[in-house]
Each structure stands twice: as C-alpha cells, then as structure tokens.
Design a protein around this ligand. Structure first.
Ligand code: IVH
Length: 683
C-alpha cells in the first residue's frame, strides 16, 4: 500500500472505529463484535506503525494510552469552573424558586440533571478535535490531563458533525461506575494495596495517574453537564446538551426540562427511587435555569451562580439491631472495632457489618447490646452507625465496652497518650500482625514479591515456616513443594485451593531472590514501620542514605527531614528501640537486601500536593477516621503536628472540634480548612 492509499485507509478506519466506539461506550448498542473491533484497531495500528507521520494525536489507537506524565501542567481555565450552592431541604428549594421567580419576573424553564459524584473536567475542542482536558483544580486553574482523558472511551477524540462551533468547552464529570470500582478494589486487595474508599476517590486517583495506559484500564466514564463557548448553537442549556449528545457526548438520559418547581420536585422524587439501581454514584440533582439570558440576569453570589442549585439526597439509611462488636487486628497491631448487625438492606445491598472506627467513636455512640441502630451508606465502602435509638433500648441491656485484650493473642491492649487507637503490642507473635507485616513486605510497592498472595502466606505461617519477613529468605524448595490448603474468600465466600506445585515454588523462590535488588527506599517502606508511608521512606532514605544513620538518629534529626512529623519520628525511634526489630533488620542486611542508597540529597522534587505543609487535625470527619486522614496527609507529602504553633500551615477541622483549638488558630492566623477543602487540596 502506498502513502496515499494508506492515508485514506487510516482516515476510514479511524472514522469507523470512532463510530463503533461511540455505539459501544455512549449508546451501549454495539454494531460489531469485540473481535471485529479489535481487527480494525490492529489494522490501524499496523498502518500507523508503517507510516508514523500519518498517526494523528486523536487517533483511536490513543485510547490505550502509553504516555507518561511526571508532572501535570497547570493550566488557567478560559471560563472559571465554579461550584454550586447546595441544600438538603425541599423548603430551601422552594425558596430558591421564589427568589428566581421574583428576580426574572417572566416565564422560564428549569433543567434537572443528575449530580454526578466524580471529578469535574473541562474538555476543549477546536475544529472538532479534543485539544485539552483540564481538571477543576481550584476553579481558576487546574491540571492538564489530556493524555489520560483520551483513554476514556466515552470522550470523543474527534467529532465529525458539520454544525460544530470552531471552539467550545465541554464541562463534564469523570466517574468510575460501580462495576469498575468493585473490580479495581478486588484487584487491589489481591495485591495487598490500600483500597479506594469510594468511586469518587478512585476516579480522581485514576485520572491523576502518571501512566496513561493504566488510566485506560480503569474503565472511567464521562457524563456531560455543560457546554461553554462564544458561538454555541442554542441560547439555552437543555438544547445545547441535546446538541452535544448528537455530537457523540454522553449525556445522562435522566436529564429533564421542567416547566416549574413542582415538576422539579417530581423529578427529584422519581430519581431518588431509582438512585440505588443506577450503575454509578450520584449525590443529588442539580437544578439550573435553562435560558442563558435569564442566567445572566440572575448572576452570581460571591461564591455560586444564583441560577443553579444542587439538591442533595440524604445518605441512604437502614434501621437494624446491633448484635455484637468484633475486633480486627491490623498489621501494625491497631485494633478496629466492627459492629455486627442483624442483616439489613440499605441502598440495594445487604449490610451485616458497620465500621466503628475506634474506642472514642464507640463511646460517643454509647452502644449497648441489642441497640436499635441507624446505619448509613455514605459514599464509602463500609457503612457506619450514625444514630442509636436509645428510646428502644431494653432496660437491662449491657453497655459494650472496648475489648481489653487482643482477640487474636489475648495480650493486654495499649493506647498511646493522645491517640484514639488501641494496639496489641505483641507484634512478634500475634498471628494477624505477622501475616499483615509480611503481606505489606511483599506488596507491589514494597518488595514486590509476586506469587505469594494472601492465602499462601497464611499457609506458610500455619506450617511454621515463617514468623517474620526475614524468614522468607531462608525458605527452601523442599519445604514449600506440596504444601496445600483450601481457603474461603471472606468477601466472596468462594472456596479456593492453594497449592504449591513445582512451577509456583520456583516462581516464589525466584521472586524472593530478585527482591534483593529492590532499592533502599522501598526496603525501608517494606519494613512496615508504623505511620511511615512511601513518601516518608523515600525522604528518609535520600536524606540519611543508610539504615545505620537512620537507626542512630535522634528525634530532632529525624524531625529535620522534610515531611517527617512528630508521629513518624516517634514511631521510627520506637521501632529501633525494639530488639526484635533490630534482629530482623540485621538478618535482612545479612541476606543481601539493599540498606544503602547511592544518592543522598536533602533536595526533593516538589510534586506532592501537600509537600511542605504541616497540619493539625481535629474533630471527626465524614469520609475518614482521624487516623486515615493523618495517613493521607503523610501519603500526600504533608506533615502531622500535634499542637498548633505559628509554624502550622493548616488546621484541618472536622465536626465537634474543640472551641479552644479554633480560638488558637484564629489568634495565630492559621487557615482553618474543612474536609471538603482538604479533599480539593489532594485531588
Ligand atoms: S454544574 C456553575 N452540573 O459538582 C455550575 N456540576 O458543586 C457548575 N457536578 O465541580 C457546575 N454533576 O464536578 C454541574 N449536573 C451537574 C453536575 C455537577 C456533578 C459537580 C461538578 C462541580 C461540582 C459543583
């Protein structure tokens, strides 16, 4: 095939593939089989390989990604990306309607849309081609994530319509459908990686991945709720949305033009009934005035448009009985209480357990056996108890107090001053701690020892072959060959047989051997020192250069490392005070793991969102336990400080924060931020 023929074939294939892609991902109505689609794609790929200069930026082959972005460019929005005022009350919605009626004093329509729970994006199209995708950021400027956005199949890369404005911007929400979210978390669980708390976090985390080929695998979706530009086809929102739909964008079928507020209320109620069966999360309905002229007339308050509001649904609740409280022991020995409930249907799934976070939270709820409790499924995976109906409490029912001893090894639990978490101090022989530590040690981001999934470690522990991470390096072929066990998956209830056959054993031993090349910063992270995340380990490794220097450092020396706060520094000191830990580290050194780094530097690349920022965390939060939020701060490069000083950058305030803290922050002029502000900072 010559160049000219190739060019026209490439154009035809691109057009066909775009059309089939649209039918599959937007209309959910494919016309050809996956196999036929792949054949066309392969043909296009091979032609583009032969004639690389004919491969365009918006070719359907770009959907699989491949581009790596180390740091996303910051881009200023042409039109600021605003947020919406919101309400949970129908009365306030009526007030919103009265205000508008009074203000525009003529007939008008509303448009009701789903309020998608994902991450906002602005997509710029020029001459029918997607040229830029930018996240909301702070509303004025955001991150340019074009390469990643191109992998999202429901975002058109090229539009062939002849009534397109030369340039326009699509406003949309990137979401992760429930199905993809569950699959992703299952995969993460298998790899011993931390799970995403909800689809919103998963969508946001995925869109910011550096490797676009990984984004392509996350099955993100994109729903359009706005269009901006100078030469739009219509002077009203609904009609432009319909136009966008005809150009190939995905606009939710549940979008309605309503002639009055009663119509709006009906739509809100209708969608509320359907909400739990939608394939993705929504948290309410957005109500907008349809005509742009009337929108302009209404204008904006200091923060929000006056022509739109979001009506939020209350989190879905169920009422049931509290049967008992169970305690889970994590790899660091942290003991988490979990409520065992009489099964109840909430938002389409049966809830049997609810998170109780910690002893303080449990005390706050003042739980008694057989209490009638309200459970709520917010956006999180695990439901929580939000209310106890004390009026229905039986007179003789006993108060539930936090366990005094470890449920796994019966050791007396301890609680550090100022912390809400109880720990089992028996880190050497408490089985879930041994298992958890080893699982962390072998995980992908630590030593990356493949082939030793959760089930296999359990078998090795039960057969007394390993008691700690150093024992892994003494394992022998003959000890492993032939081991087997049938285990039941806690989540799915499925049974699977774990067996150590010849090939598996060889793979495991090879993977263990290869881990001797893992760089120091990851080995340090793999040790599982409490609170020391990947970023902290990296900073320490680069700052000190060797395990000897770290273990011999003083608290002050550790604190001097950027991003290392009191909690991490204290925890490192504790770790190296423990003889057993030192023994394990020495054995790991002897077996040949890397405990030194070549490049020692105090300079750090500043690519973490909370880099260099210190936080005092106070109060209770909706989406996180206190510990989770602290961990997140450190993961994102920030530092936790226990008390406010003039050097503190932010006071992160949850509900029920003490008035003293607030007063002090105000005196010291320290910005007080909410959980929502924080989420935006780390987005
Ligand atoms: S309109 C000026 N419509 O909610 C109006 N936003 O609180 C700007 N969102 O950042 C937004 N669904 O990420 C609008 N149907 C919808 C929406 C929606 C979800 C998100 C969006 C925005 C935030 C505003």
């Amino acid at each position: 095939m010559d160049r000219v023929q190739a060019q026209s074939r490439i154009e035809l294939l691109s057009k066909q593939l775009n059309e089939h892609n649209y039918r599959y991902y937007v209309l959910d109505n494919p016309a050809i089989s996956d196999y036929e689609f792949d054949q066309l794609l392969k043909e296009l790929e091979s032609l583009e390989k032969q004639f690389p200069d004919l491969a365009s930026e918006d070719s359907p082959t770009r959907r699989v990604g491949g581009q790596i972005t180390k740091k996303f460019n910051t881009v200023r929005h042409k039109y600021p990306m605003l947020s919406l005022g919101n309400t949970y009350s129908k009365e306030e919605l009526q007030d919103f309607d009265s205000r508008i009626r009074k203000s525009i004093n003529q007939d008008f329509d509303y448009v009701c849309e789903l309020k998608f729970d994902g991450i906002a994006i602005g997509l710029t199209y020029r001459n029918g081609r997607l040229v830029q995708a930018v996240t909301r950021g702070d509303g004025v400027q955001g991150d340019e994530v074009t390469g990643n956005a191109k992998t999202i199949r429901s975002i058109p890369l090229r539009i062939y319509a002849d009534d397109l404005p030369e340039e326009f911007e699509i406003r949309a929400e990137i979401i992760m459908p429930h199905k993809s979210f569950i699959r992703l978390n299952e995969e993460k669980q298998e790899n011993n990686e931390p799970l995403f708390a909800n689809p919103r976090n998963a969508a946001s985390g995925s869109l910011k991945l550096q490797d676009s080929s990984l984004v392509a695998k996350r099955n993100l979706d994109c729903y359009v709720y706005g269009i901006m530009g100078d030469n739009l086809p219509f002077q009203s929102h609904f009609e432009n949305l319909e136009k966008a739909k005809s150009w190939g964008f995905k606009v939710a079928d549940l979008t309605r033009k309503c002639s009055d507020i009663d119509d709006v209320m009906k739509f809100i109620e209708k969608v509320e009934k359907q909400r739990s069966s939608l394939p993705y999360d929504i948290d309410g309905i957005v109500v907008k005035v349809n005509e742009y002229r009337q929108q302009e007339q209404l204008g904006f308050t200091s923060k929000f448009p006056r022509w739109a509001i979001s009506y939020k649904y209350k989190a879905e609740q169920g009422v049931t009985r509290l049967l008992d409280v169970a305690y889970q022991v994590g790899r660091t020995g942290a003991v988490t209480p979990v409520a065992i409930l009489e099964p109840v249907l909430v938002a389409g799934t049966t809830v049997k357990r609810a998170s109780l976070y910690n002893a303080d939270k449990m005390d706050e709820l003042d739980l008694h056996f057989n209490d009638t409790v309200h459970v709520e499924k917010g956006g999180e995976i695990i439901p929580k108890i939000v209310e106890v109906n004390t009026g229905l409490r039986q007179r003789d029912s006993k108060k539930i107090t936090f366990a005094t001893h470890c449920p796994e090894c019966n050791t007396l639990l301890v609680r550090n001053e100022g912390e809400a978490i109880q720990y089992c101090p028996n880190s050497e022989s408490c089985p879930p701690q041994i298992q958890g530590k080893i699982e962390h040690f072998i995980s992908r981001r630590a030593m990356n020892i493949e082939g030793l999934g959760e089930g296999r470690i359990e078998v090795l522990i039960q057969n007394d072959l390993i008691k700690n991470m150093a024992d892994l390096y003494d394992l022998k072929y003959d000890q492993l060959l032939g081991l087997e066990k049938v285990i039941t998956d806690e989540i799915t209830g499925k049974q699977k047989k774990i067996s150590f056959r010849e090939k598996t054993v060889n793979n495991i031993l090879n993977a263990i051997n290869s881990s001797r090349n893992v760089p120091f910063e990851r080995v340090l992270y793999a040790l599982g020192i409490r609170y020391l995340g990947e970023t902290g380990a990296k900073k320490l490794a680069r700052h000190f250069g060797s395990i000897d220097k770290i273990s011999n450092s003083t608290f002050e020396e550790l604190m001097a490392v950027p991003e290392i706060g009191e909690r991490i520094a204290g925890s490192i000191m504790d770790y190296f005070k423990d003889e057993q830990n030192n023994k394990i580290v020495n054995r790991l050194i002897e077996t040949g793991l890397i405990f030194k780094t070549e490049t020692v530097s105090t300079e750090e690349p500043g690519n973490q969102p909370l880099e260099g920022k210190s936080f005092v965390v106070s109060g209770v939060f909706d989406g996180y336990s206190r510990n989770q939020i602290k961990e997140l701060i450190e993961q994102k490069g920030g530092k936790n400080i226990s008390s406010l000083s003039s050097k503190t950058d932010f006071l992160l305030a949850g509900d029920k924060m003490g008035p003293e803290k607030k007063k002090k922050a105000e005196e010291l002029n320290i910005p007080i931020i909410t959980e929502e502000d924080f989420n935006k900072m780390i987005e």
